[in-house]
Design a protein around this ligand. Sequence first.
Ligand SMILES: [Zn+2]
Length: 304
Amino acid sequence: MGLKIVLSIVFFMLVVILLVFYWILPIGELIEFRVSGGSSNFSLNNSFNTSMQFYENMRYKSSEISYKINRCALAREDEMRRAFSFLKNHTILNFYEVEENEEISVTCENSAKGEEGLFIAGEGGVTNVVITENFNVILNGMVILIRESKCPDPLVGTHELLHTLGFDHSENPNNIMYPTINCKQTIGDDLIKNIEWLYSFPTLSDLSLENASASMKGGYLDINLTVKNHGLKDSENSTLIIYANNKSIKEFGIEPISIGSGKMITLSKIFVLRRNIQKLELFIKYNSEELNKNNNKIMLEIKK
Ligand SMILES: [Zn+2]
């Protein structure tokens, strides 16, 4: 074999090795991407007086709410049962009794004195709430019924029940949410409409892509992002898909996310064959319906 041929082969090998190194080693300048579009969380546009509730947009996961009545004397148990039906008849809510894991717990006490020595009829409130971008989701509420109302309508029970739904006191003496009871009080129309609006949103998850950033060095891509669930239901499995110049380059499974929680995801050193990536798209594929699908996508482009 002539020297020329040997040299040609060596040269050829060298070129191949250099090319391989060029593609595989993370050499080159650091390219950073910035968010250029996508992902918008929707705004609920609550047109109601937001001071009606302890916090804005408080509701249970669904309009079907479970309850359990623990250890109550007959008259008070009856007051509470009538309160649940009363509210069911006046609103779009439905209440059902369970043996355990109830959302609303009702207990009774023989008597209690309020802070200023006034005799109080009961106490109701929200005991467990998850804060999300859309709603303050009530997981649990509690009623302690001390006296029944002795009115034709179960006003004490209903008043306390409305506290467990997140409603605060009213300054109107004729409103059921006025701090002290008189038998002429009624549920305000605005409260009924507010409940109707709050529970008009179906019990769905709402996955949202947030805080995305990406950078590339050589043929390697690093991506950071957060997936949150702003919905009314824990999410099922979902898939994060990464597109580079409109082509899918990576899929990543995401486990269920509970209401109000999020997952930080770091994907490092994703090898991409093509180095001329101009834009990236991050997309959460979720096979079920969501409150909002518009926040499942984020677009990124090279920082200039
Ligand atoms: Zn009250």
